[in-house]
Design a binder for this molecule. Structure first.
Ligand SMILES: Nc1nc2c(c(=O)[nH]1)N[C@H]1C(S)=C(S)[C@@H](COP(=O)(O)O)O[C@H]1N2
Ligand SMILES: [Mo]
Length: 344
């Protein structure tokens, strides 16, 4: 893992070296706002309160007995690749590894909401985590709490997960229960769920109304909008940035993902973006909410320095831009990926 901080723990997946489809949990990136909470699974209950007909307390047993599903999901931190913004922005200086994927098993949140019965006029569902701490900008302690609009909360693939890759969720990743919200940046996937509340207005907690907002201007909050769906994106895995290569044949490979639809095309350029070739995309990966892997054989006879770039397109015709949308807190970086190699 690549360490960004240890207290709280923020570490990256070594994306360039990932060969498997489902990332083992010891290599799954870690993103925490606070130190790890203490909680005991022995007396773990989740209250579902607020704008519902029957406020309900769910035990772990209740949840395990409901019909479950397993979904393969990319989780990407909204701050993934933040360090690449120009001009640079403040915050965790994530490289390309604040992203992972695997198989999450759990109960659709919808099932719990249906058991409790959502009242007319309900607008959002709020999820509070067990972890808490003081913010630098506000003079009090907050838990990590976020909401989803009702429609996303009722999506059949929004689940309350209890297993990761067929094992109980590792503690650092949200044991015993964690929300998994496919297609949204991973701040939405609240770990260590403490309680769920249905509300009639929009939730305004700081992790929703201050953080995880795109602020396109440096000095003002004009044109602010919430961070939700993942952008279309790709990362080159091989060769490594600044590799020295022989002339001859090389495999250029990587991954591509999106929060909307599926990846339909990946193009690679080896000449500074002057020409682009469509590369082979493993469409078999296009199931569930996984990234796709792609590869391209590059035959290079001429010595010199080369910029290798990758550009993905999704089924909503969203294409990675050459310049990312700069925003003050550095979310959603998705410019075409690039590395440099030297052939000698
Ligand atoms: N309770 C809680 N849930 C949380 C967070 C957190 O700090 N506390 N961080 C969020 C963010 S910003 C991300 S990117 C993902 C990281 O999940 P991971 O540590 O399992 O990779 O969890 C989300 N859920
Ligand atoms: Mo994140």
């Amino acid at each position: 893992m690549i360490t960004r901080s240890l207290q709280p723990e923020n570490q990256e997946t070594p994306t360039q070296f990932i060969e498997t489809d489902l990332i083992p949990s010891h290599l799954f990136y870690r993103r925490n706002h606070f130190s790890y909470p203490t909680l005991s699974a022995a007396n773990y209950w989740i209250p579902l309160n607020g704008s519902v007909n029957t406020p309900t307390l769910f035990s772990m047993q209740d949840i395990l007995q409901l019909p479950s599903k397993t979904i393969n999901v990319v989780l990407e931190c909204a701050g993934n690749k933040r360090s690449l913004f120009e001009p640079k922005v403040f915050g965790e200086q994530w490289g390309k590894g604040a992203i992972s994927q695997g198989a999450w098993k759990g109960v659709p949140l919808r099932a719990l909401l249906e058991l409790a019965g959502i009242k007319d006029g309900a607008k959002e569902v709020v999820f509070e985590g067990y972890d808490f701490g003081k913010r630098t900008d506000l003079d009090r302690v907050y838990t990590f709490t976020r909401s989803l609009p009702i429609a996303k909360a009722l999506h059949p693939d929004t689940i309350i997960a209890y297993e990761y890759n067929h094992q109980p969720i590792p503690f650092k990743h949200g044991f015993p229960l964690r929300l998994i919200v496919p297609q949204w940046y991973a701040m939405a996937s609240v770990k260590w769920i403490k309680q769920i509340t249905v509300i009639n207005q929009s939730f305004k907690g700081p992790y929703q109304s201050i953080d995880y907002v795109y602020y396109p201007h440096k000095e003002t909050n004009e044109d602010a909008r919430p961070v939700t769906t993942m952008n279309v994106n790709s990362t080159i895995q091989k060769p490594l940035d600044r590799d020295i290569l022989d002339t001859g044949k090389h495999l250029i490979k990587g991954i591509a993902w999106t929060g909307k639809g599926t990846i339909t095309k990946v193009e690679v350029s080896t000449d500074n973006g002057q020409t682009w070739s469509n590369v082979k995309v493993n469409k078999g990966d296009n199931k569930g909410y996984k990234w796709v892997s792609w590869s391209h054989v590059w035959v290079i006879a001429e010595k010199g320095e080369y910029r290798i770039m990758s550009k993905a397109t999704d089924s909503f015709n969203r294409v990675q831009p050459l310049t990312p949308l700069w925003n003050r807190k550095g979310y959603g970086y998705n410019a075409v990926d690039e590395i440099m190699v030297k052939v000698e």
